[in-house]
Design a protein. Structure first.
Length: 380
């Protein structure tokens, strides 16, 4: 990775984005091979939030409609468009002036806490049907944006029927489906992209982070030939100085080669199973764990005060007001043992590097096992 970046710096460290460059062509070729079928045109920027901003603009210009449906349990970035589409409490402080207009929110595919009060599979995936109801009753909907597996907000894996159903109904209504794979892409879930698990091809896929293994900031907004062709004749009023920056593209090419050379996507599946089994094991001895869920190398432990009522330790309001959170105490205790994980309101997010060894996972689980006593003690 480092050699690729240095080599590119010697050959062509920068050129304005209007130029075709060798790394741009090579990365595009490499992306076509790994992206879900049909996503063959790419807009390169440097962060996940920029990738989503471009996606919204593409969707609105292409469809001529302006509403975007997002979901309440989501994060899509911190700039005006992406924060507007963010369902979690990071949006609240910027309302109403710090965000774009036209975003509305639908229900989450969050079976542990179904927003419609239903139980899977008897629910008939009503959360997807309700999005169709919104499309029909709102009109003027350009796109639906989802994290195929919700990331920061608790690693929420949808039921198998959900994304295919969403694909079907968005098609039916001429609404674009944008899948935000900033977190769930690049082997995190055990496939190149999370949508691959359900064989769903979105109209637009956004991604960042893993595209360079985070060695250098790069993001991509990927779309179909049909949508991209529209902009051959229509002005795409968008761009950045650092768009398609050669150093970032060189890192992307090298990262894809490394994912393949080290079989990291397959590895994510295999070692992810090991990780998941051990995390599920913790639930047997820690009553504070309400739910263990995940896929590949992407796991969440949701902590509760009471398993029967599912009462959480903390709320969005606690996070907003800066109140000390139970998950932060657990994370802090793990840090003392040299293990980092992310706490988010009442969920612990476990997303280790795809290169982690089995013994490192054991070390992480042991630290977590110990730290979770802090939450167990609060139950007594
Ligand atoms: C799902 C998702 N979308 C978008 C973003 C924003 O990406 P960035 O921080 O690179 O702007 C994030 C960041 O964590 C994310 O998790």
């Amino acid at each position: 990775m480092i050699d690729a970046i240095c080599e590119q710096a010697k050959r062509l460290p920068y050129v304005v984005p209007g130029f075709a460059t060798e790394p741009r062509a090579k990365l595009s070729k490499a992306l076509v091979e790994v992206m879900p079928k049909g996503l063959e045109k790419y807009f390169f920027a440097t962060s996940g939030t920029e990738a989503n901003e471009a996606a919204f603009k593409i969707a609105r210009l292409y469809t001529g409609k302006y509403k975007i449906i997002s979901r309440y349990t989501s994060y899509h970035g911190s700039t005006a468009g992406s924060i507007a589409a963010t369902g979690d409490q990071r949006r609240y402080p910027v309302e109403p002036s710090g965000k774009m207009e036209g975003v509305i929110f639908g229900p989450d595919a969050y079976c542990y806490r179904c927003p419609l009060g239903l139980d899977y599979p008897n629910c008939g995936i009503a959360c997807a049907d309700y999005i169709e109801y919104m499309i029909e009753h709102e009109s003027n909907v350009a796109a639906v944006i989802v994290e195929p597996v919700v990331g920061t907000n608790g690693v929420i894996v949808p039921p198998d029927e959900y994304l295919p159903r969403l694909r079907e109904l968005t098609h039916k209504h001429g609404v674009l489906l944008i899948c935000d794979e900033v977190m769930s892409g690049w082997g995190r879930t055990g496939e190149w992209f999370a949508v691959d698990h359900w064989k769903v091809a979105p109209d637009i896929l956004t991604t960042a982070k893993g595209i360079t293994g985070a060695y250098i900031p790069l993001s991509v907004t990927a779309t179909t030939r049909e949508i991209a062709d529209y902009f051959e004749e229509h002005y795409f009023a968008h761009g950045h100085t650092y768009e398609a920056h050669p150093l970032t593209l060189a890192a992307g090419i090298a990262a894809i080669a490394e994912y393949k050379r080290m079989n990291l996507i397959e590895r994510s599946c295999e070692i992810g199973q090991y990780l998941g089994d051990h995390l599920s094991g913790l639930q047997k001895t820690h009553n504070c764990i309400g739910d263990v869920r995940g896929i590949g190398m992407f796991w969440g432990l949701e902590l509760v005060r009471d398993r029967s009522t599912k009462q959480p330790f903390n709320t969005r309001e606690d996070k907003l007001s800066g109140k000390p959170l139970m998950v932060d105490r657990v994370v802090g205790d793990c840090m003392k043992k040299g293990v980092f994980l992310q706490g988010w309101i009442s969920t612990l997010i476990i997303a280790p590097p795809l290169t982690i060894s089995q013994s490192e996972i054991d070390q992480g689980i042991a630290a977590l096992d110990d730290a979770l006593r802090l939450a167990d003690d609060e139950l007594r």
